[in-house]
Design a protein around this ligand. Structure first.
Ligand code: BV8
Ligand code: ZN
Length: 244
């Protein structure tokens, strides 16, 4: 039995599945990943830009980066891996889809009950009052709150910022009962997301990892499907369909 077939068996035999995606699932849509060589903005790395310190120091420069990314994401679209994820969610409603990405592509590809653990690049919130709303325009590099004129910031989680407690509770509830975790297109560097697979293994779950990297730190029952998510995810869903 191939690893792909074995992975499909894991999926159809699982009761509770946690799905986690990272920047790699949007790579084939033309969105640079964070740690790939193309993940730079005016020679700055994300770790420098996606921080409250960078925003305090130079809000206009950070808004410039987010507007650049918003325009890029608006010009691209979800790829076959996002669509396969939606199909898998329809086949297995118990699967919880969590993404580290802020591009909204899983929602655009049809996943309604999506957990965007790092927020969404097309939403902004006020630095002075509780106002938050969608902000698709990239007109201004210093957008203001329509309620109090305060400076808006992207409604995303920056490095050094805590995640929303409700979001974390929802994810940890699933981690406790997950017998399987699908990890697609993430380098497993950023916490707390990077720790989820360790927790799933600890509570007896198995991991299926999909990315082009070499397998690393796999458990004996884990499966690493090496390659592009846009190619592997649709094949995996076809194998699952044969077994349902
Ligand atoms: C927090 C939103 C509590 C913004 C992002 C230990 C415990 C707790 C915290 C820490 C810790 N150690 C360090 C920390 C601090 C920090 C952290 O993890 N730092 C890292 C750099 C070590 N974590 C935090 O600050 C988090 N907060 O823990 O709160 C706290 C509070 C205060 C002090 C301490 C703790 C908040 C982190 C959230 C940061 N925000 N995004 C924005 O997007 O603008 S993270 C950012 O990185 C994106 O969301 C991105 O998705 C994410 C993770 O990166 P990846 O998705 O993995 O992308 P990457 O480029 O790395 O990898 C791409 C992968 O895809 C590769 O494997 C590649 O091979 C693969 N790939 C490429 N092509 C394909 C592919 N795969 C499939 N198909 C392809 N075609
Ligand atoms: Zn305000």
């Amino acid at each position: 039995m191939s690893d792909l077939e074995k992975a499909a068996e894991y999926i159809t035999g699982a009761k509770n599945i946690l799905f986690l995606s990272g920047a790699g699932i949007s790579a084939e849509s033309g969105i640079p990943t964070f740690r790939g060589e193309e993940g730079l903005y005016k020679n700055r790395r994300a770790e420098y830009l996606a921080t409250p310190q960078a925003f305090t120091r130079d809000p206009e420069f950070v808004w410039g980066w987010y507007n650049f990314r918003k325009d890029l994401v608006s010009s691209k679209e979800p790829n076959a891996a996002h669509r396969a994820t939606t199909e898998l969610k329809e086949l297995i409603p118990a699967m919880l889809v969590v993404t580290q990405n802020v591009d909204g592509f899983h929602r655009e590809a049809g996943v309604e009950d999506l957990v965007e653990m790092h927020g969404n690049i097309f939403r902004a919130r006020c630095t002075e009052c509780p106002y938050e709303s969608e902000l698709r325009s990239t007109e201004s590099d210093m957008p203001r709150c329509e309620k109090c004129e305060g400076l808006l910031r992207p409604a995303v989680v920056w490095f050094g910022e805590s995640l929303d407690a409700g979001v974390l509770n929802r994810i940890f509830e699933m981690i406790q009962k997950a017998d399987l975790m699908l990890v697609v297109g993430t380098s497993g560097i950023v916490y707390p997301a990077a720790g989820f697979s360790v927790e799933v293994r600890r509570s007896g779950g198995r991991i299926i990892e999909i990315n082009p990297d070499k397998p690393h730190s796999m458990g004996k029952d884990d499966i690493h499907l090496q390659g592009s998510a846009a190619q592997i995810m649709p094949e995996l869903v076809e194998e699952v369909k044969k077994r349902l």
